[in-house]
Design a protein. Structure first.
Length: 264
């Protein structure tokens, strides 16, 4: 019934608990999850999870905030992205939150890395998983410059863990992207985000945990896992005058549309 569109099950907080997580997911009626890759070093473990569990799928990519890791080449992403059960490229994007004293020009390496992911996704015809933090204007600009305008040649994808303004959401939607909401939506301080979530078109909504981070209320501050995604659905349902189950079904259908390689 529910699909977690973004989780990190290979991170240390969760990697040794896959059996318990699978049981908790079944009890919570969370039938699928997309395991997100953040470094090439991590990819074999992410991919192996997807190969070993018929309700898990994988992405391949290098998170924009990761420095001192293997830099992905176009061919790296093509080769890994073509493997069985790899359904997305990312997470990728731009993150200037920790830029510190560096200038806009100093962050060109992030923009170049982002472009590599976009080009690989377009070549593979697989969706992008977009991360943007303190960099929404540049994120949208790079996507446009690379031809991501929502046409048949675009890779498309999802802006995950969305926390941006209504204006950014409209721009992403105009470019053909989906919008995914995490446990942040349940936080008392997130009224502006709830206002955005209330009007996103129903056929562009996704939900996620981004676990092990951002556990929703009533688990805020604890280690997150995919079995908590129904709590995001409940908040989203409250905003849209429907049940958590309806949101679960709707967002699962949307997930299948965005990631057609996922069969169940």
């Amino acid at each position: 019934m529910y699909t977690d569109s973004h989780c990190h099950l290979t991170f240390p907080e969760l990697a040794t608990k896959i059996d318990q997580i699978q049981l908790a997911m079944a009890q919570a009626q969370v039938t699928r999850a997309l395991c997100i890759c953040t470094t090439l070093e991590e990819f074999p473990q992410v991919h192996q999870l997807a190969l070993c569990h018929d309700n898990l799928w994988a992405s391949v990519g290098v998170h924009p905030d990761n420095e001192g890791v293997l830099e992905p080449t176009f061919n790296d992403l093509l080769n890994y992205g073509a493997l069985s059960r790899v359904v997305a490229i990312g997470e990728t994007g731009l993150d200037y939150y920790r830029v510190g004293e560096r200038t806009w020009h100093d962050m060109e390496w992030q923009r170049a890395r982002f472009r590599t992911h976009i080009r690989a996704a377009r070549e593979l015809k697989k969706p992008l998983v977009i991360h943007t933090r303190s960099a929404s204007e540049d994120t949208l600009a790079v996507l446009r410059e690379e031809g991501e305008i929502g046409d048949s040649g675009s890779a498309g994808g999802v802006f995950h863990c969305f926390t941006e303004s209504a204006e950014v959401a409209r721009a992403a939607l105009d470019m053909g992207f989906y919008i995914s909401f995490s446990g942040i939506l349940t936080f008392k301080s997130a009224q502006n985000l709830r206002d955005v979530a209330a009007w996103i078109p129903a056929d562009r909504l996704l939900i996620e945990t981004d676990s092990p981070y951002l556990a929703p209320v009533p688990y805020r501050g604890k280690t997150n896992n995919p079995s908590y995604v129904p709590h995001v659905a409940k908040t989203l349902g409250d905003l849209r005058n429907c049940s958590p189950e309806q949101i679960g079904s709707l967002t699962s259908d949307n997930f299948s549309c965005l990631f057609p390689a996922v069969k169940i």
